[in-house]
Design a protein around this ligand. Structure first.
Ligand code: ZN
Length: 364
């Protein structure tokens, strides 16, 4: 048996792999940070016996509340991803698994897939792939501009994966963008008559390739950088913010995943100093539309509301809402499975994230 995480997004340290019945693994912390939860590795020469993989430091990870009931994501062909049950004893996350083939991956979404996606989208006539600048590791911060700016046109921004371990956010962007560029889709065509879209499918490519949960190459949580970003420690935010200031924002959606809460929800900017009835009405209307469109969205459970005037303006949604006085929402998706619409084999999956992305287009 052989375990490797030497590929983009890979994260695991092998402590002991002598006995396949008692393998000890550790998740590696984000560089210059104490955050960890994301793991991504390959188990090879594994068929056909049962393997017991103990992630021994799971109990001290960033969101240990997320482990009970968690099912790991695995694939033999790196296209079809299925769920593998785990147990959590408060300390170790235990994956007991008998592979059907020789080699199996745990956890998806590579940097190469990200590039494939950007380059496929740019082939559309109304789509531009723009590079805003460089990350600390020298990767591009890319934005897809879809549609044409013009008199009276709204400017819609979607950003995803500020937290790189929340890969469901980029699957969501695939669904959203594939629909937006579909010339046979009347909703998309009508939207493009009224709006131009700026879409950042991956805000944190360095963290993604490094196998981080929550931070960039300098160990910085990008979603606490919006009030005062710098090229020295958060160029990703600095560059996207600069573009927003240049072209403006009429609607902002920031796509994430939450480890613990077993439903999809949105979180608004009700705590910003200038929050008013207009912003509340926009938010209420948008949520009512989503409720009508899909049972995968709900508005009962989510984060506690900020008290008026107490919002943290270093968070993207709050900073955008305050500056541009627009509808600004954080979207939180599931890591595990939807309580009311469970799927035993797949859980909350790449496909469901993509479909939810398409549904948000309808609501817009
Ligand atoms: Zn997040």
């Amino acid at each position: 048996m052989h375990i490797s995480a030497k590929f983009d997004g890979g994260n695991i340290k092998v402590i002991d792999a002598e006995d396949e019945r008692n393998i000890a693994l550790e998740i590696v912390k984000d560089h210059q940070s104490d955050f960890y939860q994301w793991f991504h590795f390959k188990l090879a020469n594994a068929r056909p016996t049962e393997h017991v993989l103990n992630i021994v430091n799971a109990g001290n990870s960033a969101y240990a509340d997320g482990w009970p009931g968690y099912r790991a994501v695995a694939s033999y062909d790196r296209v079809y991803w299925f769920r593998v049950p785990t147990e959590f004893d408060g300390e170790k996350l235990i994956i007991s698994f008998t592979p059907e083939y020789d080699s199996v991956y745990f956890a998806p979404y590579s940097y190469e897939r990200h590039q494939d996606f950007l380059h496929r989208a740019q082939l559309e006539a109304n789509c531009q792939l723009q590079v805003l600048g460089e990350t600390l590791d020298g990767r591009e911060i890319s934005v897809l501009k879809i549609g044409q700016a013009g008199e009276g046109k709204r400017v819609v921004w979607l950003i995803a994966r500020q937290h790189p371990g929340e890969t469901m956010a980029e699957w969501f962007m695939e669904g959203f963008i594939d629909r937006l560029i579909d010339k046979a889709d009347g909703v998309a065509r009508s939207l493009l008559d009224h709006a131009v879209f700026y879409l950042v499918p991956n805000m944190n490519p360095d963290g993604s390739v490094r196998g981080h949960l929550r931070t960039n190459a300098a160990g910085v949580n990008l979603n606490r950088e919006w009030a005062d970003p710098s090229m020295a420690k958060s160029p990703e935010v600095y560059l996207v913010r600069k573009k927003m200031l240049e072209v403006s924002v009429d609607l902002h959606l920031d796509v994430h995943g939450d480890e613990s809460i077993s439903v999809n929800f949105v979180d608004g900017c009700e705590g910003i100093p200038s929050y008013d009835q207009r912003q509340k009405t926009l938010e209420d209307n948008f949520k009512a539309l989503l409720l009508a469109i899909t049972p995968e969205f709900q508005d009962q459970h989510g984060y506690d509301k900020d008290e008026p005037g107490t919002a943290d303006l270093s968070i993207a949604t709050n900073w955008v809402g305050e500056l541009f006085k627009c509808l600004a929402l954080t979207i939180e998706m599931l890591f595990k499975d939807h309580d009311e619409l469970p799927d035993d084999r797949m859980g909350w999956s790449d496909q469901r994230s993509r479909i939810l992305g398409r549904d948000f287009l309808t609501a817009i």
